[in-house]
Write a protein that binds this ligand. Structure first.
Ligand SMILES: C[S@@+](CC[C@H](N)C(=O)[O-])C[C@H]1O[C@@H](n2cnc3c(N)ncnc32)[C@H](O)[C@@H]1O
Length: 284
């Protein structure tokens, strides 16, 4: 038996020694997950004794964190758009910036004006984007595509968890096999990190998240450029395109989309003020 405060302090010290960012907060998040109590309630339980059945999973998890695994993979889930999603190394961990992309889609009034729009989420990963949309707008129909069979498997498990039935999950390259001119919107958070920069990413990303979810080729835009052409073919007239991009890619993506003929091409910053999304539509 050990007191909670003692375990927390020892865990934070261990993580600090292993170079984990925010060691105390990480230890608290882990402990709140293992003990199934809100993090702030830990402060009211500092004197509680933990038995071996509680200490054993904590030890195991602290070891994985110390070895550089991301907290979300260790916990096995994360929150996105107010929903819990299962996460593991089969797919990228959903990021808060991507919630802003989902908000943009949900706030696009002309997209939702029709009775049952058809939307494609390309590079669906854990399925966080498409499932959040399907939960908010169950009347629409959705396609969710990923080149990784493992990611599609995980996305399917998340869809089952949330009982979203309106999503057709497919393994494939971008929009291959999707009928031309059939889509009201294409949403994509595809890999956009230049290959060279992937080698300098923090260790918990570089060594644990799938490289195929991050590496966007030499200038970071090789997948996005191909998607732009595929979206041009896949979208209906006045169909919408929503892309997540890197902070320094706005100008190049705007040029690429305008060259293809997209209209109203706009770059939006994220809450941190950095360019993060591009929105455009096909002419009518
Ligand atoms: C940055 S992750 C995004 C995952 C998820 N949409 C999210 O926002 O958390 C990019 C995803 O695109 C997928 N991907 C990469 N190249 C692709 C391609 N050519 N066609 C379809 N999916 C692709 C990867 O497997 C990965 O799951």
């Amino acid at each position: 038996m050990k007191r909670l405060l003692e375990v927390l302090q020892a865990s934070a010290d261990y993580l600090a020694g292993k170079g984990v960012d925010h060691p105390r907060l990480t230890a608290e998040q882990l402990m709140s997950h293992v003990l199934r109590c809100p993090r702030l309630q830990l402060y009211l339980r500092f004197e509680v004794s933990l038995d071996e059945s509680q200490l054993a999973p904590l030890r195991l998890a602290i070891k994985r964190l110390g070895a550089g695994e991301p907290l979300q993979y260790v916990l096995g889930d994360t929150e996105f758009m107010g929903h819990r999603f299962k996460v593991d190394p089969r797919a990228l961990i959903p990021r808060p910036e991507t919630e802003e992309l989902v908000d943009r889609v949900l706030n696009c009034t002309s997209l939702w004006a029709g009775p049952s729009p058809v939307l494609a989420d390309v590079g669906t990963g854990s399925g966080c984007i498409v499932i959040s949309l399907a939960l908010a707008r169950p009347e629409a129909r959705y396609l969710a595509i990923d080149a990784s069979p493992a990611a599609i498997e995980l996305a399917g498990e998340n869809a089952a968890l949330h009982k979203t039935v309106s999503i057709d999950f497919r393994v494939g390259d971008l929009l291959t096999g999707v009928a031309d001119g059939s889509l009201d919107a294409v949403i994509a958070n595809l890999p956009y990190i230049p290959t060279h920069d992937c080698t300098t990413l923090p260790r918990h990303i570089r060594e644990h998240e799938p490289l195929s979810a991050l590496d966007g080729g030499e200038d970071g835009l090789s997948v996005i450029r191909r998607l732009a052409s595929a979206a041009w073919a896949g979208l209906k007239p006045r169909g919408h395109l929503f892309l997540e991009i890197g902070f320094d890619q706005g100008g190049r993506v705007v040029k690429c989309l305008e060259n293809l003929g997209f209209e109203a091409v706009v770059v939006h910053p994220d809450l941190g003020g950095r360019d993060r999304m591009v929105e455009a539509h096909k002419p009518g």
